[in-house]
Design a protein around this ligand. Structure first.
Ligand SMILES: Cc1cc2nc3c(=O)[nH]c(=O)nc-3n(C[C@H](O)[C@H](O)[C@H](O)COP(=O)(O)O)c2cc1C
Length: 414
């Protein structure tokens, strides 16, 4: 039986496009009013809601906000991360194009909570419609805030910044670097983290598009309401970018804690005719694979962690029995290799070496020594770069080796 849909962000009434009066008609601005009336209550409210970051790592949102709020600085930055360049992820673009007011109001609420006065929607330049909508929407909010002196916010900057369009530019320190005017979004070593030293060395809050949108509703309708949207111990909802060999690919906002099986069968409409489920790249290509034994796992941060997996961005790429897993992983690792910024030799060389081993094996030219080298690389690479790119590449390799080692061996012995 399909679970009841608890749509919030993708609820049609919140998908007002750029129209500000439609947003105000459905309760828009109430969250911001509450935040301005009681700024000190915002972070405790976000904490109670148990909101976690939707950009990949699932970091508790309140902790990041609190870390920025604590910094003593006249100027602070806030970046809304809409770089969204990982294969299989398409939820942020949808929110920006169709439900932009939730995102912008969430950004303003976060600015009130943290004291950020330079606010930037950082968007992939390939997303031309999202950029146009967000420019319009930010203009509307500026005027509206100007017409409502009781909601006056002292913002020095409130605008769209186009990102470089490179995948690496979505990494938080790379984003801060680019927004600060760098020629290329090179990630930085951490610490220091962006909350203490981000754009031009100033405290910087960086969250994903979806994270800000959830925050907007949490402020308006309360943390208990939000937590209650999830199933069991899981809080809130999540947008899944569901794709692959299924009947109804698309973006689905569902309660946290539904099972993988429900996502695929009840919402994705099941496998394409004549195809049998083999695996899902869970959380996107920089995460792990789950197989048929895992179909009843609950999709929430903790349940997936217990399976050594992760929710990631919520991208779920479903593949059928005919899929050559080694070939698919080779394609993803080639993407990561070509996305490496080249600063860390171990990432640059390690991802290329792993990609070429995978391709060699997939094309039937591999030997057991290649498999051994690939296994070694997958164990050595995690955590070796200054950002998470190399760890993501190693994670999908390790997971494919764990779940589908016989596929590798079969090709090698062919
Ligand atoms: C290579 C790489 C690319 C990333 N791309 C994105 C992205 O496009 N959007 C995003 O929100 N986070 C991306 N992240 C994660 C960010 O570094 C950061 O954790 C996130 O923006 C924080 O937001 P959240 O706490 O709301 O999840 C990327 C990370 C890495 C390592």
């Amino acid at each position: 039986m399909p679970q009841a849909l608890n749509q919030v962000l993708l609820n049609p009434s919140n998908l007002t496009g750029a129209n500000l009066s439609s947003w105000l008609d459905v309760g828009g601005s109430e969250g911001l009013r509450k935040a301005i009336a009681n700024p000190k209550q915002v972070i405790p409210t976000i904490k109670q809601s148990e909101l976690r970051g939707m950009g990949g790592a699932g970091f508790p949102t309140w902790r990041k906000w609190e870390a920025v709020a604590r910094q003593k600085s006249e100027d602070k930055w806030l970046i809304c991360n809409g770089n969204e360049d990982e294969p299989g992820t398409f939820k942020d673009r949808l929110l920006l194009e169709k439900g932009p007011h939730q995102v912008v109001e969430g950004m303003l609420i976060a600015a009130v909570a943290t004291g950020a006065n330079h606010i930037v929607a950082y968007i992939n330049p390939h997303e031309t419609e999202a950029i146009a909508v967000m420019r319009q929407v930010i203009g509307l909010w500026r005027d509206w805030l100007g017409d409502n002196p009781d909601l006056a916010l002292e913002l020095k900057r409130f605008e769209v910044v186009e990102s470089s369009g490179f995948y690496i530019g979505g990494e938080e320190s790379a984003a801060a670097n680019w927004v600060g005017g760098s020629d290329f979004p090179f990630p930085k070593s951490k610490p220091p983290y962006p909350f203490e030293s981000g754009v031009n060395g100033l405290p910087t809050l960086i969250n994903n598009i979806e994270t800000y949108a959830h925050a907007c509703h949490i402020l308006r309708d309360g943390p208990e309401w939000y937590r209650g949207l999830g199933l069991g111990d899981a809080a809130g909802t999540k947008i899944y970018s569901l794709s692959g060999d299924i009947q109804q690919p698309g973006a689905y906002e569902l309660p946290m804690g539904i099972t993988l099986r429900e996502l695929i069968d009840d919402f994705g409409g099941g496998m394409l005719a004549g195809k049998t489920f083999k695996a899902v790249f869970t959380g996107g290509p920089s995460n792990t694979l789950l197989n048929a034994d895992d179909l009843d796992v609950r999709l929430d941060f903790d349940s997936l962690k217990a399976k050594n997996s992760g929710l990631g961005t919520g991208a779920m790429i479903v593949v059928s029995e005919e899929t050559d897993i080694v070939r698919q992983v080779a394609g993803y690792v080639e993407f990561f290799a070509s996305s490496s910024c080249g600063q860390c030799p171990v990432c640059k060389i390690g991802t290329r070496q792993a990609a070429s081993l995978l391709r060699k094996i997939e094309q039937g030219r591999g030997h057991s020594s290649d498999l051994k080298e690939l296994i070694n690389l997958s164990e050595m690479l995690p955590g070796s770069g200054r950002c998470g790119l190399v760890t993501g590449a190693a994670t999908v390799i390790r997971s494919s080796l764990e779940k589908f080692r016989p596929d590798y061996i079969r090709i090698i012995n062919r």
